[in-house]
Design a protein around this ligand. Structure first.
Ligand code: FAD
Length: 301
């Protein structure tokens, strides 16, 4: 069983604009003059989509916005354009670019909060019914649990670090060990339940593979009821930029749970290079409690 001190996060996918499609649109719908001018917005969008893996999200939003008003011939610089769209609350241009993350080392408590964000965002989450908690006897006779890791609450990690800084190594160790022991008690109860329900359900298992497989699942799903919020989970999380604005506002705040706050700060840092203008005014900073938060633009979008 692994103990997680912080989330494991990687950016899995980011938007890629197809420059030729913008070119085709401009050619087929009468923007030749703008195309012939290398400093026009449409020429600039095509050039940026062609040359840089970054800014793709902003290029997509700007193209969508300019398409609405036929404004490919002249206009604001890209950063000003996107800022102006945000100030005008023309929010739908930000639903097109979408980002996906693969994350592990986060708690079921956190995932339960994240999935409340239902608009423009969503998860695929590792299953507790299909992925079995393996109970293995280690070489020293100790029982080892695999498949159900323990996530430490950030405040406990923080307290342990503080003890260490104060030279109280023993106290730091004890704090973490106490938490992990409590967690392991629930794993023992999981194992106990699994054994009990398996014995009981064996009576009903038949040679029919389908029924046997379903009963195994019933055992696992009943056993998992005693697992705590600290149980580690993994998910692919996707969200479009507009949804991200809302999530950074709600979950990057001082009032949010520390673990989800820490995760969304990571999301922001990974997304920002691909949407530098849209996310320009979303900034991570160390809040009054010493943990990172996200400051968001005053205008709600
Ligand atoms: C500090 C904090 C404490 C919280 N505590 C609790 C709690 O104790 N219990 C609890 O259940 N939840 C709690 N929540 C969750 C909260 O109520 C929201 O469900 C969550 O933040 C998702 O936000 P959202 O609705 O804006 O997101 P989304 O569901 O993604 O919605 C995005 C936006 O779409 C619009 N929208 C979405 N659904 C509708 C709708 N049905 N009708 C009209 N407009 C809609 C709204 O403008 C909304 O802001 C808490 C959230 C925070 C940040």
């Amino acid at each position: 069983m692994r103990v997680h001190y912080k989330p494991w996060v990687r950016l899995l996918a980011h938007p890629t604009v197809i420059p030729n499609s913008m070119l085709d649109y401009a050619t087929d719908f009468g923007f030749d003059e703008a195309l012939n001018n290398p400093s026009s917005p449409i020429s600039d969008l095509i050039a940026r989509a062609n040359t840089s893996p970054y800014e793709q999200s902003d290029v997509l939003s700007e193209f969508a916005g300019r398409m609405c008003y036929d404004s490919f011939t002249k206009g604001r610089a890209p950063d000003e354009y996107v800022k102006n769209v945000i100030d005008d609350r023309h929010g739908n241009v930000f639903i097109h670019p979408s980002f996906s993350f693969i994350t592990a080392g986060i708690s079921r408590g956190l995932s339960h909060e994240l999935v409340r964000h239902s608009v423009g965002a969503g998860p695929s989450q590792r299953s507790q019914r299909f992925v079995k908690v393996k109970i293995v006897e280690g070489a020293d006779g100790q029982i080892v649990y695999e498949g159900a890791d323990c996530v430490l609450p950030p405040i406990i990690v923080h307290m342990a670090d503080q003890y260490r800084r104060d030279g109280q190594e023993e106290k730091a160790k004890e704090l973490i060990e106490d938490f992990v022991n409590d967690f392991q008690t629930s794993l023992k109860n999981y194992a106990k339940g699994e054994e009990k329900y398996t014995q009981y359900l064996k009576k009903y298992a038949s040679d029919n593979t389908q029924i046997s497989e379903m009963l195994t699942k019933r055992v696992r799903e009943a056993s998992r009821y005693v697992l705590p919020n600290a149980c580690e989970t993994r998910m692919v999380w996707s969200m479009n930029v507009r949804a991200a604005f809302n999530i950074y506002d709600r979950r990057g705040s001082y009032h949010a749970d520390l673990e989800i706050r820490r995760l969304v700060v990571e999301f922001l840092n990974l997304m920002k290079p691909y949407a530098p203008y849209a996310l320009n005014d979303f900034k991570s900073f160390v809040d009054i409690d010493g943990f990172p938060s996200i400051s968001v633009p005053a205008v709600g979008i």
